[in-house]
Ligand binder design. Sequence first.
Ligand SMILES: C[S@@+](CC[C@H](N)C(=O)[O-])C[C@H]1O[C@@H](n2cnc3c(N)ncnc32)[C@H](O)[C@@H]1O
Length: 228
Amino acid sequence: MGFNLQNVVPWGRSFDEYCAMFTLSELDLQKSIVGVGDGPASFNAVLTGQGGQIISADPVYAFNSKQIRQRIDALFNDMVKQVAANADNLRLDKFGSADALGKIRMQAMNQFLQDFDKGKLQDRYLDSELPALPFDKGQFDLALCSHLLFLYSEHLELDFHIEAVLELCRVAKEVRIFPLLDLSHRTSAHLEPVLQALAQSDFIANIEVVEYEFQIGANQMLRIQPAK
Ligand SMILES: C[S@@+](CC[C@H](N)C(=O)[O-])C[C@H]1O[C@@H](n2cnc3c(N)ncnc32)[C@H](O)[C@@H]1O
């Protein structure tokens, strides 16, 4: 079964949110970066505007900007309502309100959409997906994966997680994944077995507390590097 746009809930995070989730330093932003599952986030657009080197890989990039825009517009009001209804589990205080958050997300998605056609021509947005990426071993300094692995633990099985995380480790010298909670706000059941698989494959994985927190308790990032 192919990737279906009707299954995608487009809700892209901003450049500032990426920097906070992944504790990205000025030095990090000068590295060659792959963002896997970036969807309609503005990280690629903004970083490229700042002269950074980034490729985003996501199956949603098989669709054109008009189709993605239609999907965003069809779901946006519902998404804001869901955020408001779920406020007890969220640090909305950091954004002001569900409407204020909606504005930030829409601004990020607009930045993505304005950049998408040009970025696709420049091969900065690639229609590709985990667990197999079309990149060389060690092609990137840094791989980032936001709100895909661990979060969707009920939809993506353990074997997929292990394969996907090892694939990220293949294509980049360092991998950062956020968050580590699933959609039920519990630490993903896949986390511990993934850590074991990484240790067996000679990677060092550290769980680090970051400044960013939206889902209450989701303030930890996984950083993975090869054991020396
Ligand atoms: C919740 S969105 C997160 C978007 C962005 N990373 C952010 O934090 O704003 C999840 C994204 O993962 C993408 N995705 C789903 N399955 C994937 C896979 N197997 N490999 C790469 N991306 C995938 C979806 O198309 C979607 O854009």
